[in-house]
Design a protein around this ligand. Structure first.
Ligand SMILES: [Zn+2]
Length: 225
């Protein structure tokens, strides 16, 4: 996408690939422009294959490059953007759901016209979505789709910001520098998607079998290899 913007001037993209990534259990995790604090780090993956057992006990936010709105600024946010998606920033209803006039009479906020405040919950963790994927819960894909679209949306907002912040004559040069930094920071190979597709197929075909039995079989297979 960045090369198409830089070299061809494309200014419209669909995000079918990001939806497809969500279908395969991949949570996207990248940001543009790359923050200055990232300089010199090893190449990072563009996302996480949440089928992978390495995420089984990871209880943090889905993406390293984002935080949830419900996470305190003191929890290592370090200037990271808030991901507004329903997985990273789940919201409790801001007021009770009223079904009848009886409910309205017994609800203090509707009587007084009290201000309803938005309350964010902790983000859904990688471990939780890993579990949902392995138990065929559709909510895994719903959460991942919302997250992936939010990541791509923030990415394109970053593209527009770089463009808008720079003077006319410097735009192409500054944009080219940021594109290079992005491609130096992130791993471009399709390995992530290939591995995710393999895991997705494995779990998909195992439909109906008990999860623990399946996991145990897989572990035994891995030991034999
Ligand atoms: Zn998110």
């Amino acid at each position: 996408m960045l090369r198409l913007i830089r070299d061809v001037g494309v200014d419209m993209f669909d995000v079918a690939w990001a939806m497809n990534a969500a279908n395969l259990g991949v949570a996207l995790d990248f940001v543009f422009p790359v923050p200055a604090s990232n300089a010199g780090d090893a190449r990072q993956s563009l996302g996480h294959n949440l089928y992978d057992p390495i995420y089984k006990h990871q209880f943090g936010c889905i993406a390293d490059t984002f935080v949830g709105a419900g996470e305190g600024a003191d929890e290592g946010a370090m200037g990271r953007q808030v991901c507004p998606c329903i997985a990273c920033s789940p919201r409790a209803p801001s007021s009770p759901i009223l079904h009848s006039t009886v409910d309205m009479q017994s609800d203090a906020t509707s009587m007084t016209g009290g201000e309803a405040t938005t309350r964010y919950e902790k983000p859904y963790s990688r471990a939780y979505i890993h579990h949902l994927l392995h138990t065929h819960e559709m909510s895994a894909h719903t959460l991942l789709m919302a997250h992936n679209v939010a990541v791509v949306s923030a990415f394109l907002a970053g593209v527009r910001r770089v463009w808008a912040e720079t003077k006319d004559e410097d735009r192409s040069a500054r944009f080219a520098v940021e594109v290079e930094r992005f491609s130096d920071t992130y791993e471009e190979s399709g390995g992530l998607f290939i591995a995710a597709k393999k895991d997705w197929e494995y779990v998909d075909k195992a439909r109906g079998k008990g999860r623990l039995a399946r996991e145990r079989e897989k572990q035994e297979d891995n030991q034999d290899e």
